[in-house]
Design a protein around this ligand. Structure first.
Ligand code: RIB
Ligand code: CA
Length: 318
């Protein structure tokens, strides 16, 4: 069976690293594109190259992109990932460089080459996705689906209303959610409680594998920041949650409903307003014109089974 084709647009980022390594094992990872977000573009690009070298994924191209959001000021780095964006382990500087192509052009050309097959996975701010859709409107029909780590059906993390990836480029997110492209969204309501605990990190170390040791060091650092900043109990694996369902479809349950991006709220800018009212019958018709379903939103997950599946994949790297 041919493997599903995916491009990951990311801002590595401890959880971005895990998402890349997971996708590369189970899917046809056609490329990685790096964007501003958890850290500067220079650092997310460096960290993306480090990830590919850690996984010995020399055949996977990396294209760098935008250092800033479309039309807002940068919201600053995601401190949870440290000064470099990938603190916690001593890793060599990457030996290769990004390809010449800009991330936006790489996304368009890869979708053109695989019409109807490409899954695009933005797991950082969606600057490139919005730019690509504007630059090449036919992208809408070339893409199979866009699977997003971002937003929340409940609370945010950057603000009480806004999740970091959405807050990082609100107008870009608005353009993506209004684009009409088939969308999946896994938000903080799922990802805040999904990730690696101390036992998982001990299992990584016990494997005796070099890659697992580096990942364990990274996860130990990240678990520390998640506990200190948010009182969480796991090293939150936000990003891989957007990818796992293509490999293990029964681990996350989605609801097809309306998700709109708040762009103007004084207190709620960057909120993903998810319609969870499940309107039925006449009310549904009355409301439908204002909240037509545009996205499959993750509403439940088997978090422990998901973490186990991702850990098992990470342990296949030497
Ligand atoms: O809010 C979580 C998201 O922000 C994840 O993608 C994490 O990597 C950071 O980018
Ligand atoms: Ca990310």
């Amino acid at each position: 069976m041919t493997r599903q084709k995916i491009v990951i647009d990311c801002d590595p980022g401890h959880d971005d690293l895990v998402a890349i390594l997971f996708a590369a094992r189970h899917m046809d990872l056609l490329g990685v594109t790096t964007v501003h977000g958890n850290n500067s573009l220079a650092n997310t690009t460096r960290n993306g190259l480090i990830t590919l070298e850690l996984g010995k994924l020399d055949h996977v191209p990396l294209a760098a992109g935008c250092a800033e959001p479309l039309a807002q000021a940068s919201i600053g780095i995601g401190e949870g990932h440290g000064a470099s964006g990938l603190d916690g382990a001593s890793v060599p500087e990457p030996s290769r460089k990004p390809i010449e192509a800009h991330a936006v052009d790489f996304i368009i050309e890869t979708a053109r080459a695989h019409k109807g097959e490409l899954i695009l996975a933005p797991i950082g701010p969606q600057t490139h996705i919005a730019m690509a859709l504007k630059r090449e409107p036919r992208l809408k029909s070339w893409l199979r689906e866009i699977t997003i780590m971002g937003g929340s059906t409940t609370t945010g993390n950057f603000t009480p209303a806004a999740e970091f990836n959405i807050a990082g480029d609100v107008e870009a997110a608005w353009a993506v959610f209004e684009s009409g492209v088939p969308l999946r969204m896994v938000g903080l309501n799922i990802t805040r409680v999904t990730g690696f605990d101390e036992g998982d990190i001990a299992r990584m170390r016990a494997s005796g594998k070099a890659a697992a040791r580096v990942i364990a060091d990274l996860m130990e650092f990240y678990l520390g920041t998640q506990k200190a900043r948010y009182g969480l109990k796991v090293a939150t694996m936000h990003d891989v949650c957007a990818i796992v369902p293509y490999v293990y479809p029964d681990l996350i349950t989605y609801l097809h409903t309306s998700v709109r991006i708040e762009t103007a709220g004084a207190l709620t800018r960057g909120m993903t307003l998810c319609d969870l009212r499940h309107p039925k019958g006449a009310q549904a018709e009355h409301l439908r014109h204002r909240t037509a379903p545009n996205c499959h939103v993750a509403i439940e997950a088997r978090s422990r089974a998901l973490a186990d599946a991702v850990l098992a994949t990470l342990l296949t790297y030497d």
